[in-house]
Design a protein. Structure first.
Length: 110
């Protein structure tokens, strides 16, 4: 009977050892084998915020305001202000064109 208990104890120890020796990590492919063009670029939140804050189109678009009293859109910056922000005069002219288009649409809807 003692040998039966020893055998059961040995099996129990082997089973516990087997369970504890399992690796919980998921195997991952080596990124070095992937062609650089196929790598997915994951940018950090700080980098995404920086790109958003330095996007000249977004800056220019955010300067377009609506005057509810006059019911017109206007670009809330002068050409000098735009140049100080690092936006080209061509982009400023494009912004003025957008304002004209918005005002035209606004007139058509009234």
């Amino acid at each position: 009977m003692k040998s039966n208990n020893k055998f059961s104890f040995f099996l129990l120890i082997m089973l516990v050892g087997l369970v504890l020796s399992c690796n919980d990590e998921i195997p991952r492919d080596n990124n070095e084998t992937i062609v650089p063009d196929e790598r997915v670029s994951i940018e950090s939140d700080n980098e995404a915020l920086y790109r958003y804050q330095t996007n000249k189109e977004i800056i220019l678009h955010s300067l377009i305001q609506y005057d509810e009293n006059k019911q017109i859109y206007f670009l809330d910056a002068s050409e000098k202000d735009i140049e100080k922000l690092g936006i080209s005069s061509e982009a400023y002219q494009d912004g003025l064109l957008r304002v004209e288009q918005l005002n035209q649409i606004n007139i058509e809807r009234q």
